[in-house]
Design a protein around this ligand. Structure first.
Ligand code: NAD
Length: 251
């Protein structure tokens, strides 16, 4: 499905990013793994190599322009092109009602979830335009299509990811570049473990938890499959699509 494609994945050192990297490698892609966390990123590379795939790791902070330029250049230097960009790194906020969110916390969320996604597309699109095509999948969230209690900054950041996805999709459709987003609901990763701890210590359980109609979190692999499909040529007529994969959470 992704035979000989060069795929760049941010946040590839854990959770949805790692599961998608492994699956993309299984579908024949060569991977560039980007993560802030060196140990996690290197472990993903090791797991890909263990299954017979090819991957390199670049340590970078997606919110810093110089780091983004460096990871894009590293991909081009190593493999000559970028066919697929899974723009996935993101963080969750400290759960609080809006008036109690610290300015620094708001800035931290926006910096990684919005600036990071923006910068990634900004530099990858230049490469894809030059080579005449490509496919981008951004990770938004169900919080990008509805609000979540005690998470207005996170929701705002993911609504922004949806906006950036649609904007880029319109602007680059004639350049052979498709841009889509996935919206996971609850996925069992390091990120949701932190969320659960916050619920428990705050004594507050938002309605979203009870609304997981399948009665369980998704496994990262279940989101990875959706990301791989959108990234591949099988999704050739899809661009600007905001694909919700949430086990019925938003019904
Ligand atoms: P995770 O914490 O398991 O993985 C995220 C990875 O991103 C980590 O390896 C982390 O080191 C990396 N990262 C964080 N900030 C970074 C930065 N500034 N620069 C480089 N790397 C950085 O989380 P996950 O659940 O796999 O989340 C992946 C994406 O999915 C995020 O954008 C998240 O908002 C989104 N999402 C997750 C869920 C869920 O329930 N887990 C639901 C909806 C959306």
């Amino acid at each position: 499905m992704l035979n000989e494609k060069i795929a760049l994945v941010t946040g590839g050192g854990s959770g949805i990013g790692r599961a998608t990297s492994l699956k993309m490698a299984g579908y024949g892609a060569k991977l560039v793994i980007v993560d802030f966390n060196e140990a996690g990123g290197q472990e993903t590379v090791r797991l890909i190599q263990e299954q017979g795939g090819e991957a390199i790791f670049v340590q970078a902070d997606v919110s810093k322009a110089e780091d983004v330029q460096r990871y894009v250049q590293a991909a081009v230097d190593a493999f000559g092109r970028i066919d697929v960009f899974f723009n996935n790194a993101g963080i969750v906020q400290k759960f609080n009602r809006l008036a109690d969110i610290e300015e620094s916390e708001f800035d931290r969320i926006m910096s990684v979830n919005v600036r990071g996604v923006f910068l990634g597309m900004k530099y990858v699109l230049k490469v894809m335009e030059q080579q005449g095509g490509g496919s981008i999948v951004n990770t938004a969230s169900t919080a990008g299509v509805k609000s979540e209690h005690s998470a207005s900054a996170y929701s705002a950041s993911k609504h922004a990811v949806v906006g950036l996805t649609k904007g880029a999709a319109i602007e680059y459709v004639k350049k052979g570049i498709r841009v889509n987003a996935i919206c996971p609901g609850g996925v069992e990763t390091a990120l949701t473990k932190g969320v659960e701890a916050a619920f428990l210590s705050g004594g507050y359980v938002p309605e979203e938890v009870g609304n997981m109609r399948m009665g369980r979190y998704a496994q990262p692999d279940e989101l990875a499959e959706v990301a791989c499909f959108l990234a591949s040529d099988r999704a050739s007529y899809m661009t600007g699509s905001i694909v919700v994969a949430d086990g019925g959470l938003t019904l």
